[in-house]
Each structure stands twice: as C-alpha cells, then as structure tokens.
Write a protein of this length. Structure first.
Length: 201
C-alpha cells in the first residue's frame, strides 16, 4: 500500500543504496526481480518497494501496526549499522538530547499502556505473550520484543498501589543511539505503546 506518512525522498534514497550493503546492515533480504526488501518487523514479514514508494505486509491477517512503523522501517533500512547489541537498556531520556526532546508533544505515550491495563498484571502479561514478547526480570512485569532484527524494545510495567498509580516505561538497547534519529525513536515508541495499549478481542 502507498504510504503517505513517508516523504518520497527517503524511498528515493533507499533506491539508490546498494542492496547488498543494506541487507548486510539491516539483516534483511532483497529480491532483484521484484525490486523489494523483505524484513521481519515484530514477527511479520514486510516488503518494501523503494521505486513504488510502498510497504506491504505478507500476512493478510496481521494485526495492523501504527502508521509510524512504516516510517521506522524505511529509516531502519537507511540508517541501521552493522553492530552487535550492547545488551544494556536505556530510556529515551538517556539518549543524547533526549531529556529535552522527549517531552511535551514528543513525550512517549506510555499512558496508553497504563490506561489499558489499569493495574492488571496478568492482562499485561497475556498481551505481551500474545505479541511474542520474552519475559524480563524487571519491574512488576516486563517483556522484550524483537521489533526489527537489530532493534529490541523492552516494555516495563508496575501495577501501582493505593499510593502510586500504575506505571509503564519503554527501554531500548543502547545501540539505538547509533541507528536512529530522535524523531524516529519517538515514532517507534509511539508505535509500541499503541500496539500494547490496543484493546483486543
């Protein structure tokens, strides 16, 4: 499908890159006949057609992702570096410039998660397991999601009590600093919060 959320200049930039280099960096594949990149995004196979300015999901029954994920995918292919995970979690405020950028209109909307579960730890766990999350030993409950091959995202949840409300937080592997600009990290964070906070069934 055509994506209106992405400036065509980014598709053009991607079309001008060497597919062999992109595939090595991004851990994806390229079909020279169809002229598309194929990459796993949160468990589903997505195909990106730079010349046609389109992104498609191979799974017709997939749970539709936030439009910001399209923006994330294209920038991931353009900018991701061939580096190993740091295996160190950081928040958006730990990213250079993050303490001033991620506030006001760019605040990560973790309230979508806390509003959805309202202290229901089991409900949070079930939703995370449904989305192929792997449990972490952080907060009252936490899971890590392989959003893209080189971009894991952790979601932490505290159920709260009479004195403190429930709280959620998004963490990133420290290498996110090397891969993505602040606005794309914001787009990723919004997409994660929206998917976790979505009412299902």
């Amino acid at each position: 499908m055509m994506t209106d959320s992405i400036d065509r200049m980014y598709f053009k930039e991607l079309s001008e890159q060497n597919p062999i280099e992109v595939c090595r960096r991004a851990m994806c594949s390229y079909d020279d006949t169809e002229k598309n990149y194929a990459i796993s995004i949160w468990g589903d196979l997505f195909k990106i057609y730079p010349d046609q300015h389109t992104i498609e999901c191979d799974n017709e029954k997939h749970e539709k992702l936030h439009p910001y994920f399209d923006l994330f995918v294209v920038h991931y292919l353009l900018k991701v570096k061939e580096i190993e995970l740091a295996k160190e979690w950081i928040s958006e405020k730990d990213i250079p410039g993050g303490s001033t950028f991620f506030r006001g209109p760019h605040e990560i909307p973790t309230n979508l998660i806390t509003d959805q579960f309202d202290g229901d730890i089991e409900g949070f766990k079930n939703r995370c397991q449904q989305l192929m999350g792997n449990p972490l030993d952080l907060a009252d409950a936490s899971f890590v999601f392989k959003v893209a091959p080189r971009v894991p995202v952790a979601v932490l949840y505290w159920k709260g009590d009479d004195e403190f409300p429930s709280e959620s937080r998004i963490l990133y592997d420290r290498t996110i600093i090397d891969h993505l600009a602040l606005d794309i990290i914001y787009a990723l964070g919004v997409g994660v919060c929206e998917r976790l906070g979505k009412s299902v069934g």
